[in-house]
Design a binder for this molecule. Structure first.
Ligand SMILES: [Zn+2]
Length: 316
């Protein structure tokens, strides 16, 4: 009995130590495969993210997706959580995604973000090798599966809707529903309630039929090759200060928060497409990369803004 307890304790400790990070060589994306075998980038494995370029095949059967409940205000409340690697908005039940070439109906589970730093862009997917400032993922689980681990065993178990995020001067009022709450989830384990709002208000709703499609993986451990990716061509626009709230107010741990070491550059590196084809929807314009200014220019624009506005205030 004592031995069983001891073994259990060791198992729990080992499982607990199996964490990942983005900024230290022993646990960064290049080392994930040591603890999470599926993250090994073996030949012909289908990993994400990838670079998007003009080498796509148009598929005229890829029409608009059906986004059930995305234009409604859901009942109850949503939960915003810092999981130590990102900020995750759990959106409860009530929304689902289908059509647009997806093989089934998928229930919307959560959305989360990947970002860079004050002078680096942080989207996961790149367009013509250019990284956008940020990327938002809406994660949807195939409706036939009882839970996430069952979905991860299915090559099309998840449908992730990916949105590139670019930066402009004006605040995005809809995005404010999330960014204004970030100070309440500064470090891992902190959660706060968010009043539901129509998710569609956050999205490029007039361009939702322009997207790219490929089959890939989770971009975080366990890196399961279980994702039907839909990447939208037209970005979401937020303001410089809304982006700065992510890059300056979110910390991986409480210790990082105390030492003011924010969580930054939480994106995985680009993977080869190998034999995969990336298809473009019927309405996709096959835009070339229009990602925000390179960091040096972005920083100088920010500096100009500070000079012109007589100061740059972060809500801490
Ligand atoms: Zn993601």
């Amino acid at each position: 009995m004592v031995w069983t307890a001891a073994f259990l304790m060791i198992f729990v400790l080992c499982a607990g130590s199996e964490d990942y990070c983005y900024d230290e060589p022993h646990c960064d994306p290049y080392a994930w495969g040591d603890s999470f075998p599926l993250c090994h980038p073996l030949l012909e494995h289908h990993h994400s993210p990838i670079n998007l370029d003009q080498h796509m095949i148009r598929n005229d059967s890829l029409g608009p997706l059906q986004l059930e409940g995305f234009d409604e205000i859901q009942t109850g409340h949503w939960t915003l959580e810092n999981d130590g690697h990102s900020v995750v908005l759990q959106v409860g039940s009530g929304m689902e995604v289908s059509g647009g070439g997806l093989p089934d109906v998928y229930y919307t589970v959560q959305l989360h973000f990947h970002w860079g730093g004050p002078a680096t862009n942080g989207s996961e997917h790149t367009v013509d090798r250019r990284r956008y400032p940020m990327e938002m993922h809406i994660v949807n689980m195939k409706s036939i599966h009882p839970n996430m681990s069952a979905a991860l065993d299915d090559p099309t178990g998840l449908a992730v809707l990916g949105f590139l995020v670019d930066v402009v001067y004006a605040d995005n009022v809809h995005f404010g529903h999330i960014s204004q709450k970030l100070s309440s989830v500064a470090y891992k384990g902190q959660t706060t309630k968010v009043k539901p709002f129509p998710l569609l208000s956050l999205l490029p709703k007039h361009n939702m039929s322009q997207y790219y499609r490929y089959y890939g993986s989770l971009t975080t451990p366990p890196c399961s090759q279980a994702v039907v990716w839909t990447l939208f061509e037209v970005p979401i626009y937020i303001s410089w200060s809304q982006l700065a709230q992510f890059t300056s107010q979110i910390f991986s741990t409480k210790e990082d928060a105390e030492q003011v070491t924010p969580l930054q550059n939480n994106f995985r590196h680009i993977h080869p497409t190998f034999s995969r084809t990336v298809t473009a929807s019927r309405d996709a314009k096959l835009l070339t990369g229009t990602a925000g200014q390179p960091p040096r220019l972005a920083a100088s624009v920010l500096l100009l803004q500070i000079v012109l506005c007589g100061g740059f205030t972060f809500k801490l």
